[in-house]
Design a protein. Structure first.
Length: 120
């Protein structure tokens, strides 16, 4: 059996897969930013996200965020680091501000500005 066709097939496959693999490596699933995450260990970030996921209501999640904010402000003071005074507010479930469709190029009506982008 000739090894040359097999090597050619492997090389071709690697060339075809390389761009997809590099894009996946760069585009890791983004998670919402955690206030003061630069002051937390990876384990603390995981535990905080888990507590938020396990909260039953939006009010419970907001209470967890406010408590976390106070803890991070204290940690920042202890370490001589400055954090923003107010935490980023959540607008409900989802990835956060700026992640959804909104006014701007590419989200409108296309030719003629009719809006909706539906049937014409």
């Amino acid at each position: 059996m000739n090894a040359r066709p097999r090597l050619l097939a492997i090389a071709l496959g690697a060339m075809l897969l390389a761009p997809a693999l590099s894009v996946n490596a760069q585009a890791q699933p983004s998670q919402p930013a955690i206030y003061g995450s630069q002051l937390m260990t990876q384990q603390e970030r995981l535990e905080y996200r888990e507590r938020l996921r396990n909260a039953h209501t939006q009010q419970e999640r907001e209470q967890l965020r406010l408590q976390h904010h106070r803890e991070m402000q204290e940690r920042a003071r202890e370490r001589g680091v400055t954090l923003p005074d107010t935490p980023r507010r959540s607008t409900g479930p989802g990835p956060g501000p700026g992640a959804g469709p909104g006014p701007g190029p590419g989200m409108g009506g296309g030719m003629g500005g009719r809006g909706g982008g539906g049937s014409r």
